[in-house]
Design a protein around this ligand. Structure first.
Ligand code: GDP
Ligand code: MN
Length: 404
């Protein structure tokens, strides 16, 4: 689960990570008030207005309606409301949102932390993530902060440092020092960075996260180290014990069909193809997607209805798949192990009748307990549903439907 930058910063702050301070706002007036309050709290008189969406690249991204960037600086209090107005309610397009962009409902009014001083402010890159290959967390750090890290990885991979953390003992003090040293820091900035990395790692573990990306981490002109940006991804499987974090979920940022599927207990991921599929079990779902590709189709989605599929889940699945305008055919592929094929077949027929206006052909492949009875129910229903028992039969039917 992703959370917004303003939420992520609050969470990090709770673990002692220094952040660029800010106050969130959802109207231009609230943005102005936030700036006034921020001035009282931090003394800043320069402000950064930052669009809050679940995607990066905001600084370079543009709001369709106004042409404003998603991150802008205001050097006067009087400008804050106007600049916030050019972002709020608009659609921000960045290289991570895709061309359709994302609607901005909130802005973070933050203190400008790039103020002049004894040294130049300097941006760094820090992330923590789970490295599945080694089964341990890894800290990645680079002096090339503020840049697109994928570019750095491609052109100058030697500029990305990696430090793996032994899960049995956790982050060791020498490792935090090694990373800070590797970033070329010394003196007070070095000590601050060690503190920053240690607190960040505690936050990562404490929140059951699977990814943290702080880009940029800033060394201010007076050698403070702080998080200017924060991307936090919390492991969904841990949300049952992270109730406070689970409450930070912003459903408006998620794919509406995936949200609806989640509410029906279905495991749905939208894809770009033309054949909708409804399958029980993740492994069979993947095999089904392969099969669709083999006969020249493209899966429109991944949908695992789970082991206890019934008429209600099948209907919910249908409704979700049918909302995708790209779907030209639906393939239902169910193995009757726990669930009986005749029950699924009745469920399909019932769901079909209940939804009514289904314009795309449906191919139902039922195998396992009572497969023949299931096929008979489908065939006798008089509906535009084709039954199949073997995978080959189902594949041939999908192919003929696509070619028709
Ligand atoms: P992203 O573009 O979505 O990754 O958003 P960031 O939070 O990383 O901000 C984008 C860029 O805005 C940063 O890389 C900085 O260069 C700039 N920026 C952020 N905060 C400040 C600030 O306080 N002062 C100035 N001058 N620039 C800032
Ligand atoms: Mn960033």
């Amino acid at each position: 689960m992703n959370i917004h930058e303003y939420q992520a910063k609050e969470v990090l702050k709770g673990y002692g990570v220094r952040i660029q301070e800010g106050i969130v706002a959802d109207t231009p007036e609230a943005a102005h008030e936030a700036a006034v309050k921020l001035n009282e709290q931090t003394g800043t008189s320069w402000y950064v207005i930052k669009a809050q969406i679940h995607a990066g690249g905001r600084g370079k991204g543009k709001v369709n309606e106004t042409g404003s960037n998603g991150v802008v600086l205001a050097k006067k209090l009087e400008d804050v409301a106007e600049k916030a107005k050019n972002i709020l309610g608009g659609t921000l397009v960045t290289h991570q949102t895709g061309p359709e962009g994302k609607v901005v409902n909130k802005v973070l009014i933050a203190e400008d932390v790039y103020y002049p001083g004894a040294s130049e402010p300097k941006e760094y890159y820090l992330s923590i993530l789970l490295d599945r290959a080694t089964g341990s967390n890894v800290i990645m750090a680079s002096t090339e902060g503020g840049m697109d890290i994928e570019e750095v990885a491609e052109h100058t991979p030697e500029k990305i440092m990696k430090e793996w953390i032994d899960p049995k003992v956790g982050l060791q003090p020498f490792q935090a020092r090694k990373v800070a040293f590797g970033l070329g820091l010394s003196g007070n900035a070095f000590k601050e960075m060690v503190k920053f990395i240690t607190a960040l790692y505690n936050a990562y573990e404490g929140t059951d996260s699977s990814q943290f990306e702080i880009n940029p981490v800033l060394k201010t002109s007076d050698d403070k180290i702080l998080a200017v940006d924060a991307k936090v991804n919390i492991d969904d499987n841990a949300l049952y014990r992270q109730k406070g974090l689970a409450a930070l979920r912003d459903v408006a940022e998620e794919d509406p069909l995936e949200v609806e599927a989640g509410e029906s207990g279905l495991n749905y991921v939208k894809l770009d193809g033309n054949v909708g599929c409804m399958v029980n079990g993740a492994g069979l779902a993947m095999a089904t997607m392969d099969m669709i590709k083999l006969v020249g189709g493209e899966p429109a989605n991944f949908l695992d209805v789970g082991g206890g599929a019934n008429a209600t889940t099948v209907e919910a699945g249908f409704r979700i798949i049918l909302q995708d305008p790209n779907v030209k055919a639906i393939l239902i592929n169910v193995f009757g192990g726990i669930v009986r094929c005749d029950r699924i077949a009745s469920g399909v027929v019932e769901a079909y009748k209940s939804i009514g206006d289904i314009r795309v052909p449906i191919i139902v492949r039922l195998q396992g307990t009572n497969a023949a009875e299931g096929a008979k129910i489908i065939d006798d229903s008089g509906l535009k549903v084709f039954s199949a028992i073997t995978l080959k039969e189902a594949a041939d039917k999908v192919q003929s439907v696509l070619e028709a």
